[in-house]
Design a protein around this ligand. Structure first.
Ligand code: UDX
Ligand code: UDX
Length: 457
């Protein structure tokens, strides 16, 4: 934990910030820092993105980020640039470029290398001391073994640059809230001066609302990030497996089970919502990278492997329920309610809707989908293969089976009567447990839900 006298080492107001890479993580980081009056420049190689950001346009579906970016621009605390040399005027440089998967699942560090080269070159003729904090998710050893040496080589010096690894734990849809109210701030560093330097910045950033600051080695910080994501994903896969068991056990309901299990403080109730599986830009990518890293280190991670495998097959539970009801799916019309990987975002990365749609198409079904905000992004992945509609009512119209894939609020308003009126064969599969099974039964609508044993006649 940060001790007050150590944190107070660097005076407030003296620190200015640069953030390199303005995806979800970098842009949120920059906008939040600027909102607390730290002079912040956000830098990205993408000219179009910078042009839009300069006019206050946030292309991400993050309702609370937009006002923060505009406010930052208006107050003059936040600026955007494509010029990497602007890092020269910052005291602390955060690097949040992407770390996608390579074809074999291992981490692609090319953006990290490029950013290190460019930041290094930009610091070549700069004399002042800098802290450079890598924020991208990277496999253990990357900050010390790849990022720092590449940057140092291009800077032509070592002594004035201190390296930190400072992972983020932001969940899409509430990135701003997660930045202002994290459960902890993790700072890995190669030396105590850099560690306390960055901790001091966070101390000023959070002010009276002090966060738990964990100060550790670069490598521990890198492992903390992967372990956190893997554990969360494992919780989801585990409860999904329990859900499948509950569904096969008369009298069982996973919601009741998860609710009671989660009341045990040693387990915790979050991330125990059973469903059709997790998606998103991080869980799958990070676990594949972790497995590739572990394989190289000759260490087995069977729980991580099982987490991924369970998630691969989980969307197919809906397909099984559809077949149990309808027999062959050939020529049957199946409506997918929700396409984004979770509600509150238009992000389609690793969305289970894609896997489910492809499996249904392979069975000869006609698939129609609707999402309140992700139809556009879904079109680029599924366009030409499935139909899209402008409303949930149109989506279920004339269908033989409706599968609730993403738990948007507007789907919660659909009544059993609406399904009954509009569907050709009223049969609903609740993939996220938002509906009351009793009401569907009373209305005479066929109903199955993840983790709920089939009603006995
Ligand atoms: C982030 C992290 O960085 C990633 O490691 C983590 O696993 C998930 O969150 P994200 O914010 O989603 O990723 O990044 P992405 O959308 O890929 O954006 C990265 C940005 O960096 C892009 O705008 C890209 O143009 C920019 N970039 C990339 C640079 O400015 N310079 C480069 O050299 C490379
Ligand atoms: C996640 C982590 O939460 C975040 O800390 C990390 O930095 C990036 O990855 P994100 O992918 O934005 O964030 O979404 P999150 O809210 O964690 O949900 C991930 C997926 O798990 C979603 O598809 C969601 O529907 C699913 N999920 C989550 C469940 O199926 N059940 C749950 O109980 C919780």
């Amino acid at each position: 934990m940060l001790r007050a006298h150590e944190a107070a080492a660097t005076p407030l107001g003296s620190q200015s910030i640069a953030v390199v890479g303005l995806g979800y993580v970098g842009l949120t980081t920059a906008a939040c820092f600027a909102s607390r009056r730290f002079k912040t420049v956000g830098i990205d190689v993408n000219r179009e993105r910078i042009k839009r950001l300069k006019s206050g346009e946030v292309v991400l579906h993050e309702p609370t980020l937009q006002p923060l970016v505009r406010g930052g621009l208006d107050s003059g605390a936040l600026s955007f640039s494509t010029n990497i040399d602007d890092v020269g005027s910052a005291d602390i440089i955060f690097v949040a470029v992407g770390t996608p998967s390579r074809r074999d699942g291992s981490i692609d560090l090319s953006q990290v290398r490029t950013a290190a080269r460019e930041v290094g070159a930009a610091l070549r003729n700069v004399k002042e001391k800098k802290i450079v904090a890598l924020r991208s998710t990277v496999v253990p050893g990357t900050t010390a073994g790849v990022f720092a040496p590449t940057l140092v080589k291009h800077a032509g010096k070592r002594s004035t640059i201190g390296f930190c690894y400072n992972p983020e734990f932001l969940a899409e849809g509430h990135v701003v809230d997660d930045t202002f109210h994290p459960d902890r701030v993790v700072i890995g560093a190669e030396d105590s001066k850099s560690r306390y330097g960055l901790a001091s910045f966070y101390h000023h950033f959070y002010g009276a609302d002090r966060k738990k600051v964990v100060m550790t080695t670069l490598e521990n910080a890198e492992v903390i990030k992967y372990t956190s994501n893997a554990f969360l994903a494992m919780k989801v896969s585990f409860i999904n497996q329990v859900a499948n068991l509950c569904a096969a056990t008369p009298g069982c309901d996973v919601q009741v089970v998860a609710g009671a299990v989660g009341m045990d403080r040693r387990i915790g109730g979050l991330f125990l919502r059973a469903g059709l599986g997790y998606g998103g830009s991080c869980f799958g990518k990070d676990m594949r990278a972790l497995l590739a890293y572990a394989k190289k280190a000759d260490v087995g991670l069977p729980l991580v492997e099982a987490t991924l495998a369970a998630n691969e097959s989980q969307p197919l539970v809906a397909l099984k329920y559809a077949e149990e009801e309808l027999g062959s799916l050939r020529g049957k019309r199946v409506a997918l309610l929700g396409l984004a990987f979770k509600p509150g975002t238009d992000d389609m990365r690793e969305a289970v809707s894609v896997r489910l749609a492809e499996a249904l198409l392979a069975k000869g079904a006609e698939v129609v989908g609707h999402d309140p905000v992700a139809n556009g992004n879904a079109r680029s992945l599924l366009g030409g293969r499935i139909d899209f509609t402008g409303s949930p009512e149109d989506c279920i119209k004339g269908s033989d089976c409706a599968i609730l894939v993403t738990e948007w609020d507007e789907f919660k308003k659909l009544t059993p009567q609406t399904f009954k009126r509009r569907m050709r064969h009223p049969f609903v599969i609740d993939g996220r447990r938002i509906y009351d099974d009793k009401k569907f039964e009373e209305a005479g609508v066929g109903f199955r839900a993840i983790g709920l044993a089939k009603a006995t006649a």
